[in-house]
Write a protein that binds this ligand. Structure first.
Ligand code: GLC
Length: 739
């Protein structure tokens, strides 16, 4: 056992079985700095007592007692759990936000048609947060092998982490606030990638759009129906016999031309890339893989063969640099040759049809590490997708792109390379609610660019001894968009056997409601993009459970049917059929986005007609919006608040952002000057402030400005009042007082 500080806020306890050769973790981007001696150590806010097989920590007044043991190829770590402790985190789990009294497994799994309680799913993040009397402490058991985490099931006063590995790096991460733990966890596992701005567009997918003409037709429909900035996905049918990095020439006789046409209408193209390399001696990628020794082998030295989409398939061995480098070059060539914009990594648990639960597991399958040693798949399983994403990211960078990668599987640290979606969910009301719980768990476990298949993926789900059939209704689809538009990844996707579910598939009324929601989404892009930057810089989630923002409000501890978009916007979506719901608003005052009505903190019954999800803005809100082409709006609520708008060209690789600082104090709004301005940034800003009544006058930089209607175009400062909103046109670098 080696106990060290990683930095002032993170303690690391490394345990290794005698004689075992330590493997570097792909999750962690920092190294331990100071080793602690056995006995008592006092470092800043930490008191750490190191014994032979236990470590006692007191940090921020919280006692954490950890006991380590090893037997039969397993490390077990036991820790104390208090009666009123609450547990968050654990990444992608089909469980409530508070994960206490559940036992989960970490083993990336193809979980088609999963339900509430199904476990494990596709992503493994063995990180959890224990909150006691509003003070949070994080735990991260870093091992990519199978692990079971029991949070008080076996014994109410104890959590246990059982790891099928000969090494574990166990991290204790200090708070005291939940947000401190989350951002510090990101501090050690790496900053979320900055995605291209187009990734915030409305994305359309299905399994699968083909032939080429159909793809163009879908693109045209999206444009004709004004359904927002778009991305189209190509699922597995574009390939020649499911050979990755090829096109089916009958279905796609001219892919370059198709991509060019899509780009001309402003649409980006993302192609799926599975890890399956068809075993076919005449297939170039297979030949390269064999010749370069880039493929996974069994322990007897033979090629590992699994059943994938192409039938018999080999698997790239992403665990060594040479294989990753080869993969990066395949991605680079693919992107350069066809102008593809982003890569969708699927089946990367890795899934295989000839294994139990459709998921590879085997001691016989081995991987070659950088030092040439071979390690059984079972120790590395959960990192397969992470290394694949790493190599894919590098390939996109080499092709000159700011990478957009959407991955199904992942491990802690996946946020450095990829967005994650929640896999094969189902088109029913159970999932409308469940998906939120899954996503909120991911968002406080470091993965910030996330979303779920809008409308639900699967319609036929095995279960209850037969196959259960689900139908998507217009109501459910609209309700789904109602909360999905607030998530960074907004993608409608459906299974091969599912009826169509594009926004237009359910007639004019649903289409109109969805279009309005997508317009709201487009308006919110500056807020979302700024939040993406903030997550990239500070590791803050984009979408946050209420407890992240209001850690001292006991009422929100278990709330997972409402969420915050950034610091200001509370969304309380309709999750069942009906037209109203109860909403909890944490202390203070909130403004209803739709009608400007002011509500005090507490429980309220709120109207939620179809197409209008209950959304509230906190006092002191400053939400940057896109009012029209080149016109920045700021939706504000009187109170005290600050926000920084971030912008850049949306696609360069390592940009320095232009920033605009905003402040509100009572009825006084300060808009700074752009820092590091790039060309063509808006200099006119439209302030939209919710007020109870029309003010008597408005002063900008000490001078009274006229009351006069204005169009959205730039022009001189003036103001008008409408509904409960005052609209004030100002320039950047101004201070506005509403009197
Ligand atoms: C998997 C993916 C799904 C995709 C399908 C075909 O089920 O999760 O999104 O459409 O494979 O590629």
């Amino acid at each position: 056992m080696r106990v060290s500080m990683v930095n002032d806020d993170v303690l690391r306890i490394g345990v290794v079985k005698n004689g075992h050769k330590y493997r570097e973790s792909p999750a962690v981007v920092v190294k331990p700095t100071v080793d602690l001696a056995s006995g008592e150590n006092k470092i800043g806010p930490w008191l750490v007592k190191v014994n032979e097989d236990s470590v006692h920590v007191n940090v921020d007044g919280v006692e954490v007692n950890l006991r380590f043991s090893y037997s039969n190829g397993q490390f077990t770590i036991r820790g104390n759990l208090g009666l009123a402790d609450i547990v968050y985190g654990l990444g992608e789990k089909a469980l409530p936000l508070n994960r206490k009294r559940f036992r989960v497994t970490m083993w990336n799994t193809d979980a088609y048609g999963y339900r509430y309680g199904s476990d494990p799913l596709y992503v493994s993040i063995p990180f959890f947060i224990v909150t006691r009397n509003h003070v949070s402490v994080g735990h991260f058991a870093d091992s990519t092998a199978r692990m079971v985490i029991d949070l008080g099931v076996e014994r109410g006063d104890e959590f246990t982490v059982t790891v099928n590995d000969d090494q574990v790096d166990y991290y204790v991460i200090r708070g005291p606030r939940l947000r401190d733990v989350v951002t510090r966890f990101i501090g050690i596992t790496g900053k979320p990638a900055l995605m291209p701005k187009w990734a915030l567009g409305h994305q359309q997918s299905r399994y699968s759009y083909y032939p080429q003409g159909r793809v163009l037709e879908v693109a045209k429909a999206l444009k004709d129906m004004d359904l927002g900035n778009t991305v189209i996905y190509l699922d597995i049918h574009y390939m020649d016999g499911y050979r990755i990095f090829t096109w089916n020439s009958e279905r796609f006789p001219n892919p370059r031309d198709m991509v060019k046409k899509l780009h001309e209408s402003g649409i980006k193209v993302v192609t799926i890339v599975d890890p399956y390399i068809k075993v076919d001696p005449n297939y170039q990628v297979f030949k390269e893989g064999i010749n370069g020794n880039y493929l996974t082998l069994d322990s007897d030295g033979g090629l590992t063969i699994v059943q994938g989409w192409p039938g018999k398939s080999a698997l790239p061995d992403f665990f060594n640099r040479e294989a990753r480098d080869w993969w990066s070059s395949l991605i680079e060539r693919w992107v350069r040759d066809y102008g593809v914009d982003g890569i969708w990594l699927d089946m990367n648990e890795p899934a295989a049809f000839d294994y139990p639960n459709h998921t590879v597991t085997s001691k016989v399958i081995t991987h070659r590490l950088d030092d040439g040693s071979r390690v059984s798949h079972d120790y590395l399983h959960n990192a397969y997708a992470l290394y694949e994403a790493m190599a894919t990211y590098e390939g996109l960078r080499r092709a000159g792109k700011r990478p957009f990668i959407l991955s199904r599987a992942g491990y802690a640290g996946i946020q450095r390379y990829a967005a994650v979606w929640t896999g094969d969910n189902t088109s029913n009301w159970e999932h409308l609610k469940l998906q939120l719980q899954v996503l909120l768990g991911l968002s406080i476990s470091g993965v910030t660019f996330i979303g779920a298949d809008v409308g639900g993926f699967a319609k036929y789900v095995p279960g209850d001894g037969g196959s259960r059939l689900f139908t998507l209704t217009p109501e459910l689809l609209v309700r789904w968009y109602e909360w999905a538009i607030f998530f960074p990844l907004l993608r409608n996707h459906a299974d091969v056997a599912s009826p169509d579910q594009e926004p237009w598939a359910f007639g004019p009324r649903a289409l109109e409601l969805i279009r309005d929601l997508l317009r709201l989404r487009a308006r919110l892009t500056p807020y979302l993009y700024s939040l993406m930057w903030i997550s990239h810089i500070n590791g803050e989630p984009i979408v946050r459970p209420l407890v992240y923002e209001f850690p001292n409000d006991d009422e929100v501890m278990n709330i997972d049917d409402e969420f915050m978009l950034g610091p200001f916007m509370l969304v309380a979506p309709m999750l069942n059929s009906g037209t109203s719901r109860e909403v909890y608003l944490p202390g203070g005052e909130w403004v209803n986005l739709w009608n400007g009505e002011v509500l005090k903190g507490g429980y309220h019954m709120v109207d939620a007609p179809l197409g209008k999800p209950p959304v509230f803005l906190k006092s002191g809100s400053l939400v940057p919006t896109q009012e029209s082409e080149g016109v920045l709006g700021i939706l504000a609520v009187p109170g005290d608040g600050e926000f920084t708008v971030y912008d850049d060209d949306g696609e360069s690789q390592s940009p320095t952002p232009s920033t605009l600082s905003l402040r509100i104090s009572g009825d006084r709004v300060t808009v700074g000057d752009w820092a590091n301005p790039m060309p063509q940034l808006p200099t006119t800003v439209i302030l939209k402030v919710y007020l109870g009544k029309e003010p008597s006058k408005v002063m900008v930089n000490g001078v009274e400005v006229p009351k006069a209607r204005f169009s959205a175009e730039p022009g001189q400062p003036s103001w008008y009042f409408e509904g409960r909103l005052i609209n004030i046109r100002v320039k950047v670098g101004s201070e506005t007082m509403i009197i």
